[in-house]
Design a protein around this ligand. Sequence first.
Ligand SMILES: *[C@@H]1O[C@H](CO)[C@@H](O)[C@H](O)[C@H]1NC(C)=O
Ligand SMILES: *[C@@H]1O[C@H](CO)[C@@H](O)[C@H](O)[C@H]1NC(C)=O
Ligand SMILES: *[C@@H]1O[C@H](CO)[C@@H](O)[C@H](O)[C@H]1NC(C)=O
Ligand SMILES: *[C@@H]1O[C@H](CO)[C@@H](O)[C@H](O)[C@H]1NC(C)=O
Length: 293
Amino acid sequence: MGYSSVIFLGLLMMFSFPVARSWSKEGHILTCRIAQDLLDHEAAETVKHLLPQYADGDLSALCTWPDQIRHWYKYRWTSSLHFIDTPDEACTFQNSRDCPEDKCVAGAIRNFTSQLLHYKEGSSDRRYNLTEALLFLSHFMGDIHQPMHVGFTSDEGGNTIHVRWFRHKSNLHHVWDREIILTALADFYNKDLDMFQEDLQNNSTMGVWADDISSWRDCDDLLSCPNKYAAESISLACKWGYNGVTEGEALADEYFNSRMPIVAKRIAQGGIRLAMILNKVFGNHKQEIASPT
Ligand SMILES: *[C@@H]1O[C@H](CO)[C@@H](O)[C@H](O)[C@H]1NC(C)=O
Ligand SMILES: *[C@@H]1O[C@H](CO)[C@@H](O)[C@H](O)[C@H]1NC(C)=O
Ligand SMILES: *[C@@H]1O[C@H](CO)[C@@H](O)[C@H](O)[C@H]1NC(C)=O
Ligand SMILES: *[C@@H]1O[C@H](CO)[C@@H](O)[C@H](O)[C@H]1NC(C)=O
């Protein structure tokens, strides 16, 4: 291959993969591990059954799969499902306005939840691959909780807002996808993801969030709850993500210390709510209605 075709390919790749848009793999892994630990027996068995053999029963091993395949021809249609563009400065989410034809992360959660709902009934449509539905649902429940995944249209959820993160170049979207998580891992957990996970779980079961968990789980209608999660995200994006950040700004300790608790909480919420959905979708429905909460 000649030099010019190398350059051409390089340019082609730059333009076909313009921006990264997803919780980092660490964020997705944490969300999925927290969820899997909270599954009831039946849901746990079903998840294991649906996972491909090579995942070895570990949902988190495949929670980043939707990011890996989003640019493949066959899955191109999924690449707009990782986020929501809302009108600039509106700071609200309206499904009919911001998620036409359900082609956004809230709509994707609805779609894959309803595909999985048919699993129990044994009426699942053969067009649908329920392994893929499980992986998409698990991934998108992470993404919808990343505040900047429900961001303003013109800056692509902060992707076009260049900032410095401590000493290196980054952008506002990526700060929320990954930088805050990596800095927390390095500063507080000796780069040990297991320890980060344990701290999140401790804070959920007996720590700062213990009293909030049941309200996080509240969901009367599985197919409309994603709208609530999206509204929370854009509200957080306005209050904590965009607020006070200008193009070219250097973000460091102050931004990190005030935003890290938000990132941690959103990861935990994503995991706890993913477990809630999977337990409802795969669980014994009668028992669930009968059991007091
Ligand atoms: C739902 O998912 C299926 C694939 O599983 C896809 O063909 C369909 O277009 C999706 N629907 C929406 C509204 O995204
Ligand atoms: C379902 O999707 C997974 C992941 O893409 C794939 O490995 C598997 O072969 C598919 N199953 C069917 C029955 O097509
Ligand atoms: C989580 O809580 C347990 C029990 O109190 C404790 O032993 C453990 O060190 C805590 N983990 C972290 C990472 O703080
Ligand atoms: C857990 O709670 C403690 C005490 O509020 C806090 O210092 C820590 O950052 C929290 N950890 C996570 C991961 O949320």
